[in-house]
Structure formats: structure tokens, C-alpha cells
Ligand binder design. Sequence first.
Ligand code: ATP
Length: 608
Amino acid sequence: MAQPEGEDLLSTEAAGAESEPTTVPARRSSFRRLLKDPQAVISAAVLLIIVLLGIFAPWIAEHGPNDAALSAVNAPVGAPDYPLGADQNGRDIFSRLLYSINTSVVSALIGAAVAISIGLTCGLIGGYFGGRIRGGIEWVFNLIMTLPGILLLIVLMPLTKGDFRVTMLIYGVLLAPGIYRLVRNVTVGVRNELYVDAARVSGLSTLRILGRHVMPVVQGPVIISTAFLMGSAIGVQSGLAFLGVGSTEVPSFGAMIAYGFTNLYVDSLQFVWPALMLGVMTASFVLFGNSLRDALEGARPKASSVSKSAGSKGPARHEQAPKNPGDADALLSIENLHLTYPDPSGTPKPVLNGVSLAVRPGETMGLVGESGSGKTQTAFAALGVLPGEASIPEGSIKLDGRELIGLSERQLRGIRGRDIAYVPQEPMSNLDPSFTIGAQMVESLRAASSVSRSAARKRAIELLGHVGIADPERTMRLYPHQISGGMAQRVLIATAVACRPRVLIADEPTTALDVTIQAEILDLLRDLQAEMGMAILLVTHNFGVVADICERMAVMQDGRVVETGDVAEVFRNPQHPYTQKLLASILDESVVRDDDRVLAGESSEGIN
Ligand SMILES: Nc1ncnc2c1ncn2[C@@H]1O[C@H](COP(=O)(O)OP(=O)(O)OP(=O)(O)O)[C@@H](O)[C@H]1O
């Protein structure tokens, strides 16, 4: 397929041109999402109140954190001037609690800032450049990881002179390898994306690519890790103070807990206040980080059941839908499917306008149409993996007579992978760069068939061999960036057919691959179909692929199917003007074979 680089470059530029003005609304909508999340609002409010209490401690507290009064020794809660009582040295617990907040916040900021700045910078560089640069960086980080963390901080006490800020600085360095690994893995994954190659070819500087393409992907995981790091830094600082490492002059939850411990039988509450505050602070950091990540990464296409439009109740809203001719024996039957997404003003924007489609058992149906005609949305609707904001006001999707619209996520999970499976367009983007092929296959197999880990591993190795991977055992140990696109697609096909699904939806499974590999993947799909007897719905914009492998085809335009029929018949005698236009613009007699064998899908050779 002559999908020239020029076109890619133009689209990259166009995307770039578009991305500038959309940045502000995107940020605004992330912020709005954050404000709508009760977990985010509550945890942020709790943190804000705690931090403000720390900042205003000198004005709120009656006493200094180290002011001791003999008359106040072990004063109970509610004693005059000592709202939370006093410790065994006669120091105001409330005051020490407030000042300890500042110690914790400073520790969290130093520890997280050092870890993020070192880990993020090195992760981006190591992940993007690879080779010796990555080797050198990893050597240093591996060395750091061998150091015994807390023990080192204790041993270095003479060097830090008990200053918790210096201690947290060193702790930040010890935390950096975790961030490095995270960022490196994400960067390696993004670096292999086609759009990054396109950006590189179009002359974008490395810094710009890192900032524009890599950082947005990295920011979510880093933010959630920041929250964990802050919680961890607070915990470690308190732990060290509990052990007596550091200046006794510095108020800290850890030191307060230690004093509370020794005084547990005199007044148990002395121990409870700092422990409670420590718990609330660390939990708030983590909960807020989770919400922030969700907000920044946007509404993910959750594997949720498709939502029906407001007001539509029960599954009986598609009775008037026109029946598909010949769908009585259909395994997957889509009738009059309408799908909308809200536009920025909230008005539903139609994306599918009454799609009707029937896939019979054991057949390969090609779903063709120009970009944006709704092929993928139709496939996603059938799989029940539309994003949360999608709405189906009308229509029906039946698998072997069972209505899928309106099923709960739990019910859909029982169907996906077992009865209906999916092979995606971009194999690399569909494998997690942080996990080995084996780990990902085992996880998917266990999710689909609840087998033991060892059985899933055995089955994964078998499947990899079955889809033509030469050394399955070795491949299981590899990370996605260590295998080719063709191998990645074989891995995904192997996972998809693991439970012998009755319907396989393959969304442009060969688009991201080069021509030779495309033919191999089509052959593989054909072989697997012959062996397992599954029906395949093949989403493609490539008529060559349709001619090569499909028996029937449906042509989509503007969110509806305009023509359905046997491939040979549609190729010979297209009825709809849009099909005629598509065929006229795509077919080239000099490269496309028109013999009956090929059109009937009997040949094993690919056409492009
Ligand atoms: N989350 C979404 N919100 C709003 N509109 C969407 C969303 N996802 C898809 N669309 C719109 O749905 C329409 C159909 O998209 P779809 O991905 O199904 O097209 P397609 O035929 O598969 O195209 P391609 O061959 O390029 O993948 C497009 O106009 C697209 O902009």
C-alpha cells in the first residue's frame, strides 16, 4: 500500500498544529474531572487543611514544640492550654503535632523532588537513547539499588549530622531508580510508536519529541509515583525519628510515636495522635495521586457495558430496527446500531447512524470504508469496550441470539476472550512495555479461563509455537520492545484465540506491518480460522486484504453500512455509488488479480 511518508508527515504536522489550541481545553477538562471526583476533592481538602495547620502552627499553638513545663507532665486531653495534653516531658502534644506536619511536608518535598528530578531525567534519556547511554545509567542505578536503604541513612548519620533535610536528600537518590525504571519503560514503549518515528522524520528535535510525545505518557505514572514517594518519604523520616536517628530538637511524628510508646500505659492517647496524623497524611497523598492520574490520563476506554441514552430503559428499544437480510443464521448480528458521543457543548454527536451487519458462523466478513466511517466504533460496540461517554440510543448487538447491549461489565467479561475476541491494529501499542510477553499472556489467559499460573504459562508457550513463533520459551521472557511488530501481532493473535472464540474481531491487523509480514499474518488468520472454525470480522480499509481473505464484505460510509455482499460479487458488480467510487479509486488492474480463485478467497497469497 502506498501510504506515503508525505501523508504521514502532513498528518503529523496537522496533528501538531491542532494540538496547540487544544492544550488549554484539555487541561481545563482534566481539572474539571478532578473537581468532580469526590476522592480527589476530599483527599486534597484534607491535605490542604493539614498543610495549613502546619504553616500556621506558630499562631495556632499556645506553646513552642520543645517548650517543657514540669507542671504539665502527662497532662490529659483537654487540660488548660494543652488541648491534646502534654507528653512525659511536659511538652504540648498539639503544638508538636502541628510542627511535625512541617517536618513531614519538607521531608516529602525533598525526597520526592530529588527522586523525580534524577529518575525522570535519566529515565527519559536512558529510555530514548538506549545503547551505551542507557547501559551506563542502568549500571549506576543498579548500584544504588544494591545499597541497603534505611541502614545507609542510619550509618550516614555522622555525615548528615542528624539534619533530616540532608537525610531526605540522600533518600531521594535511593528512590530514584524506581522512578528511572518506570520512566524508562514507558519511554521505550513510546519511542517505538509510529507517531514518534513520524515526528523524528519530520525533523522535531529530541527535546521536543520528549516534551510533546513522551512526557504526556510519562506524566500519569510519575504523578501517582510522586504521591507514593511523598508518603514513603514521610514514613521513612518518621521511622528514623522513631529509632532516634536525627536531631531531638526537630518535632516529628516518629519521635512523638516513640515517646508515646514508652508512655503507653500512662496515657495511650499520646501515641494515637501522631500515628493517626501520619496515617491520614500518607493515605491522602496516595488517594490524591490516584485521582490526579485518572484526571490527567482522561476517561480511558473502560471495558464497560455501553451506556444507553438517557430515558431509554430496558433492552426493548430496538424492536422497530430493520432486520438484516439473511441474518437468521448470523452468529454476530448488529441491527440498526446508533452511537453518539457528546461534543464539547454536551450535545450528542452521531458517529454510527444505524449500522446493520451479520457475521455468519465460520465466515470471514470484511468491514471496509474510508477513515472515520465508523468501522472501529462498530467493532468496539460489539466488544462492549466503548468509552464511558459513548451512548447507544438505538440498536441491537446479538451474539448467537444473546443481546449484548445492556449487559453488565461482569457479564461482558465472561463473553470477551471466550466467545468474542479481538486483535488490534497496533500490536506494539497493545502490549505493555513494562511487562514481559509471558507475563502479559499469562495474565490474559488467566483472566479468560481462570486456569493456574503454570497451566497458563504452558498454554502460552504452546500458543506461541502454534502461531509460528520460533522460540516460544525465549519469547516469553522478552519485553515488547525486544520483538518485531509481526511477532507482536502473532503474540496478540495467539492470546486472542487462546479460548477458541466463536467470533474474532480483527481491527486492521496488518496495517502497522510491512507487506511480507502482512501476508504472513493473513495466512495465520486463515489457518487458525480453518482449524478453529471461528467467524472473523475483519476491519480494514484495504480491498486487497478483503479480496485475499474475506468471503463477504460490508461497506461503511458515514456511520452506516451501505452495501453488503459476497466479495466476488461486490468486486464485480458494486451496487452502491460509494462502493463503486471506492473500488474505482483503490483497485488497480495491474496489481490486483481478478481471477475467480482469489476473489473467492481460496488463494493464500496476499494482494496489495
Ligand atoms: N471517543 C470519541 N469521542 C468522539 N468521537 C469519537 C470518539 N471515538 C471515535 N470518534 C469518532 O467516531 C468516528 C468513527 O471513528 P472510527 O474509529 O470508528 O473510524 P474508522 O472507520 O475505524 O476509521 P479508521 O480507519 O481511521 O480507524 C470518527 O469520526 C471519530 O472521530
